[in-house]
Design a protein around this ligand. Structure first.
Ligand code: PLP
Ligand code: COI
Length: 354
């Protein structure tokens, strides 16, 4: 693939690494590629980061024709930059695009654009422990007319943001989660398994209500029976009940998380039984009431492994054990971040160095 490079003549000053927060600063460039039905994908370029100009009728503004990904680049001690399972993200981007009838991009081109872009912006990968360059590839349709149909004009863009932890000062600060009883995030046959903007737009109301009550995010129940656990706002969820690891099965309405996948593999290798199955909220409440819920944690690229200290349901709060960081949660965090930050050997071949 031919990628044209247009240099930013006004580079920004890098932000201080101590207080990056999440997704607030952006690098000097972005990768952009355009699509037209008659031509296909074309005009790949790395250009100065800047605003996008759009027709007011653009499809994305009216009908939410958008999909995205999230992955991180880490600075290794020897100065190299490392990505974690980037091919999984790129495959998922195409899967999401397929669901929204956006044009897919040849896998090799997705990988090449990602690696070249990250290499170009490598000075922006922060080197403080716990920080990373959060990479956000996204694709959106922008036909300049109002009919609802498969788009004929599309853009694929990658932006990147030097970031710290997602929720607070430290990744392992336990979060309080509220089980949502009214709104639902997705239903089978809908777009739940796709990483598309609309899923997140529809989830904000419940998250706002939960935040007003002092919770970090909501835990969604299934959209049909409102009975089975699905996932958290930006994370999959895993439980340790009576020594066994239980996590909702991939049913088409939850995201097939790459961190979830990685945790399951590591847990199995540690000798744990991992059950991917339906978990009813009643089963979970029963486990909490009978002191069998030993640990609960969320998994996601942004949040990594995030211990859950409290689950609230029907106005009642259930504290999980002592409300601290569970032993296994901690081990998983250390294992995954160890591989991601290049501190321990990557026995799985998950990392790609640039
Ligand atoms: N579920 C949702 C709704 C998410 O937004 C995310 C974040 O990407 C995840 C799960 C976790 O997925 P991954 O581990 O691939 O980041
Ligand atoms: C990620 O973990 O990459 C996510 O997509 C979370 C995001 C919605 C902030």
């Amino acid at each position: 693939m031919d990628i044209k490079i247009i240099k930013n003549e006004n580079p920004k000053e890098k932000p201080p690494v101590d207080n990056l927060g999440f997704g607030q600063y952006f690098t000097d460039h972005m990768f952009v590629m355009d699509y037209k039905k008659d031509i296909g994908w074309h005009n790949a370029r790395i250009e100065p980061f800047g605003d996008l100009v759009m027709h007011p009728a653009a499809t994305v503004l009216h009908y939410g024709a958008e999909v995205f990904e999230g992955l991180k680049a880490y600075k290794l001690e020897d100065g190299r930059v490392q990505l974690f399972r980037p091919s999984d993200n790129m495959k998922r981007l195409n899967n999401s695009a397929e669901r929204l009838c956006l044009p897919q991009i040849p896998f090799e081109d997705l990988m090449e654009s990602l690696l070249k872009f990250v290499d170009h912006e490598r000075d922006w990968v922060p080197d403080k422990k716990g920080t990373s360059l959060y990479i956000r590839p996204f694709m959106y349709g922008h036909d300049p007319y109002l009919g609802v149909h498969t788009v004929e004009n599309c853009s694929y863009i990658i932006i990147a943001s030097p970031s710290g932890s997602y929720y607070s000062d430290s990744d392992l600060s336990p979060v309080k989660i509220m089980i949502e009883e009214e709104d639902v995030r997705a239903v089978r046959g809908g777009t739940g398994y796709a990483k598309c903007g609309g899923n997140y737009a529809a989830s904000v109301r419940a998250c706002d209500r939960a935040e007003d009550k002092g919770y970090s995010q909501v835990l969604w129940l299934d959209g049909v029976e409102r009975k089975y656990i699905e996932e958290v706002g930006a994370m999959n969820v895993l439980f340790k009940i009576d020594g066994i690891i239980v996590t909702p099965e991939l049913n088409g309405s939850i995201l097939d998380g790459i961190t979830r996948r990685s945790c399951i593999r590591v847990l199995k290798d540690m000798g744990y039984e991992v059950q991917e199955r339906k978990i009813s909220v009643d089963e979970l409440v029963d486990a909490m009431e009978n002191n069998k819920l030993e640990e609960a944690w969320g998994t996601g690229t942004a949040a990594i492994v995030s211990p859950i200290s409290v689950l609230a349901y029907k106005g009642r709060e259930y504290q999980i054990k002592d409300g601290g960081v569970g032993e296994l949660t901690n081990k998983l965090y250390e294992k995954l971040t160890g591989i991601q930050w290049g501190l321990i050997p990557d026995e799985y071949g998950w990392t790609v160095q640039i």
